[in-house]
Design a protein. Structure first.
Length: 71
């Protein structure tokens, strides 16, 4: 029973912690550009901050897009 309980508890804790993490996030890069998971998320971020999105390229390993907000 203990051999099954510990791995099961770890899986459940892992799933619960993943539920608390945001599904999308905008990150500011050192050069002033930003990275979002999708171009739609980038456009929404810029719209909320009063600007228009300018996608500047794809992030490495297909992990999103680099962008800037034009005002």
């Amino acid at each position: 029973m203990n051999r099954i309980a510990l791995p099961l508890a770890l899986v459940v804790l892992g799933l619960l912690s993943a539920c608390g993490a945001p599904s999308h996030e905008v990150l500011r890069m050192r050069d002033g550009s930003m990275r979002a998971g999708t171009s739609a998320e980038a456009a929404e971020y810029c719209r909320q901050n009063g600007g228009r999105v300018q996608v500047t390229g794809k992030a490495p390993a297909e992990s999103g897009v680099f962008f800037r907000c034009d005002r």
